[in-house]
Design a protein around this ligand. Structure first.
Ligand code: NDP
Length: 407
């Protein structure tokens, strides 16, 4: 019987716990651990009420590898699903090596004191993991995650070569608050205020944040939203592993209201991540801001609308130009009805469960440190349809692909 340890009892951790509990033939025994034990216990109660299954809970400080390794050994887990924060990636990976188990996460490592996200820290561990015979799967959320698998599936079934990749992430949901982020506010704001980088002709090109944008009409009546080009971590691994890609861009929708609040918060210094002394105490403004913003895990109750995340891909097949759009649409209210969470946590937590399932079933389990697109996409794609994130694809003309005309 497989035993797994989930670390992180936030919005995403709650979805992973519920979805793993719904697949008892793969996830035989589940322990949910986090910094705050009461949050784990609340999630365990919800899992019991919704699925009838008992899951164990524990307190852990995942910044401490020794403490984390001791917990892994105590639970007997063979796999750790890390849905804490990107700051904990390296310490949890170290704990996994010390305890001799496999590892999965949904976001690449970030140092706390500089808003820099890149794979180098984790990729540098590949040889160590190879020698240890343990397997680490990086970025098994939606983006990164499903968007990487969409690209691998497109390459396997529809293209001889991929030339352009545009990942378009639309959240058409409305949570009813003046301002809130859909996942951890600190990580979210660090991401959207970073310089934009996109891949063009063999190099990353840097442009000011939010400087390029255009309207995008989603298929199936989800609506029209303004999408902004920004940097996202899967661009780094996808252009490395699929070297025929000439241009890769990531786009995300933001409402005028979100951007207005963000601009004011930036202008007044509330998004700073350097320490500020306030009444004799050092505080980080962005961490203080997180403390006063709504908890993303609590947004499900009020959020209405849909997400639409997909890839516009162009390239050649049998010597002919070809273009496709592959996407998933997810309904916030349906997610809340199923697991008590909004769609952003859901679209991250379901792929984390499916990635873990591929590893535990031995389909995706090579020693070393791997990104999603380095594995065969078919089993994962089939599981998306079974476990709550059905996908569709359409063929586009070159003109439609160039203008992102998918509806
Ligand atoms: P939350 O802030 O809601 O939850 C994070 C959890 O981690 C909290 O329960 C927190 O504990 C816990 N935690 C933080 N530090 C530690 C520590 N040192 N030891 C143990 N537990 C700790 O975040 P989300 O659920 O929104 O996001 C979780 C992860 O998912 C993040 O890494 C995020 O970047 C990633 N993500 C990935 C996406 C994708 O598509 N790939 C999309 C969205 C998110 P406490 O409650 O005590 O603060």
């Amino acid at each position: 019987m497989n035993k797994v340890l989930l670390i992180g009892a936030g919005g995403v951790g709650s979805v992973v716990a519920h979805k793993c509990a719904m697949v008892p033939e793969v996830f035989g025994e589940i322990t949910l651990a986090s910094r705050t034990l009461s949050k784990c216990d609340d999630i365990a109660a919800s899992v019991k009420a919704r699925t009838g299954r008992e899951i164990a809970t524990a307190q852990v400080d995942a910044d401490d590898p020794a403490q984390t390794a001791a917990l892994i050994r105590k639970t007997g887990a063979s796999l750790v699903i890390n849905v804490a924060l990107p700051y904990q990636d390296l310490t949890i990976m170290q704990a996994c090596l010390d305890a001799g188990v496999d590892y999965l996460d949904t976001a690449n490592y970030e140092p706390k004191d500089v808003a820099k996200f890149e794979y180098s820290w984790q990729w540098n561990l590949h040889e160590t993991w190879l020698k240890a015979g343990r397997s680490a799967l990086l970025g098994s959320g939606f983006d990164p995650g499903v968007t990487n698998v969409f690209t691998a599936w497109a390459l396997k079934h529809h293209f001889d070569e991929i030339h352009t990749l545009d990942i378009i992430d639309v959240n058409g949901g409305n949570h009813g608050h003046a301002f809130a982020t859909n996942f951890n506010p600190e990580i979210n704001i660090r991401e959207v205020t970073a310089e934009c980088r996109h891949w063009e002709d063999g190099a990353f090109v840097e442009t000011p944040p939010m400087s390029k944008h255009q309207p995008f009409t989603c298929p199936d009546g989800v609506g029209t939203y303004e999408i902004y080009r920004m940097y996202h971590e899967e661009l780094e691994s996808l252009v490395k592993h699929i070297p025929t890609i000439r241009r890769a861009q990531f786009w995300m929708s933001f409402s005028p209201n979100y951007l207005k609040h963000l601009e004011v918060l930036q202008n007044v210094g509330m998004t700073r991540i350097d320490p500020v002394v306030y009444q004799g105490v050092e505080i980080i403004p962005l961490q203080f801001l997180k403390a006063v913003l709504p908890n993303p895990g609590d947004l499900g109750v009020t959020t209405k609308g849909k997400t639409c995340i997909g890839n516009v891909i162009t390239g050649v097949k049998d010597g002919q130009p070809k273009a496709i759009y592959i996407y998933n649409i997810c309904d916030h209210e349906a997610c809340f009805a199923e697991v008590g969470s909004q769609a952003i946590s859901y679209t991250t937590g379901v792929p984390a469960m499916i990635g873990a399932k591929q590893m535990l079933e031995g389909k995706w389990r090579k020693p070393g440190v791997w990104n999603m697109e380095q594995y065969d996409p078919d089993g994962f794609m089939a599981d998306l349809n079974v476990h709550g994130l059905p996908w569709q694809f359409i063929e586009l003309t070159p003109e439609q692909a160039a203008g992102f005309v998918v509806a």
